[in-house]
Design a binder for this molecule. Structure first.
Ligand code: C2E
Ligand code: CA
Ligand code: CA
Ligand code: CA
Length: 275
């Protein structure tokens, strides 16, 4: 019995090592990705509900691993946070997104995601300021998307960064709204410029009256607070019509357009001819 236990333990500990090893090598790959040119940014359009005009694009990171192919950001962003390269990767996305936006017509905004680990870093607002200056993009065209988890992380540091972003003229959106532990108090902690309803509510709202009621109440909340609301994950015409009837101002999702290299949206982003 004793021996079985011992070998059982040995096996377990070996598996732990293998897991640890795999994680380490994954983290090492993540940290090399930017320098190796494996990262790229795709853009997903955001549209006005009434006119269906494109109002901006969300920048979404892509990593093409040489062996594993495309790795989901849901997977590598946490790894990048864990091994401390998120700042570097975040700076890459910001630079890419603003370099693109500089070539677009000026009415189009660009949204960039920032993870809590970036926001609480003292230099984030400075990085944004410098990157805006280098790209010559008006700060009002940049929107930073943050999630509610930001406030469990380090709410004082987070608040300072968000206030500095606002002072620069950059807008701040609350992403995945409704999925956190305290969505309402999040809204009270900071005057977000836009509320993004999480796509899980949009996915369910056609079949599920509770999800529809939640969407409706987030929209009323936005109206009461004077904040525009954007719905993400809109995939069907029916969802779009429902959101229009409920008074939602903007939508994003496969129905409008998938996240793609910007060349695929050349028609939308081509600059107005100079006169
Ligand atoms: P997110 O910010 O909530 O981004 C929206 C996600 O929903 C994207 O997944 C997008 O491709 C997907 N999506 C958009 N429209 C639809 C739709 O109609 N139906 C469905 N089913 N999905 C849709 P993606 O690109 O895989 O990104 C996943 C998450 O990774 C993002 O969620 C964001 O939290 C994170 N992420 C992506 N890029 C960055 C980045 O540059 N920095 C940071 N910190 N996080 C990022
Ligand atoms: Ca987002
Ligand atoms: Ca989201
Ligand atoms: Ca999400």
């Amino acid at each position: 019995v004793k021996r079985d236990n011992r070998s059982g333990y040995a096996f377990y500990s070996c598996e732990m090592d293998a897991e640890k090893h795999a994680r380490r090598s994954f983290e090492r790959d993540v940290s090399l990705a930017a320098a190796a040119g494996q990262l790229s940014v795709v853009y997903q359009p955001q549209a006005h509900v009434e006119s269906c005009d494109i109002v901006g694009f969300e920048a979404l990171l892509r990593w093409k691993h040489p062996i594993h192919g495309f790795v989901s950001p849901e997977k590598f962003i946490p790894a990048a946070e864990a091994c401390g390269v998120i700042a570097e990767i975040g700076a890459f996305v910001l630079r890419e997104a603003l370099a693109q936006a500089a070539r677009w017509p000026e009415h189009l905004r660009v949204s960039v995601n920032a993870s809590p680990a970036q926001i609480v870093h003292v230099d984030f607002a400075h990085l944004v300021e410098e990157t805006l200056r280098a790209s010559n993009v008006d700060p009002s065209r940049l929107e930073i998307e943050v999630t509610e988890s930001l406030f469990i992380y380090d709410s004082n540091a987070a608040m300072r960064t968000l206030e500095r972003l606002k002072a620069l003229g950059v807008s701040v959106a609350i992403d995945d709204f409704g999925t956190g532990y305290s969505s309402l108090s999040t809204l009270r902690s900071f005057p977000f410029d836009r509320i993004k309803i999480d796509r899980s509510f949009i996915a369910d709202m056609v079949e599920n009256t509770d999800a529809a009621a939640i969407v409706n109440s987030i929209l009323s909340l936005g109206r009461a607070l004077g904040r525009p609301v954007i719905a993400e994950g809109v995939e069907t015409q029916f969802q779009l019509e429902m959101l229009r009837d409920l008074g939602c101002s903007e939508v994003q999702g496969y129905l409008i357009g998938k996240p793609l290299p910007i060349a695929k949206y050349a028609q939308i982003v081509k600059p107005a001819p100079k006169s």
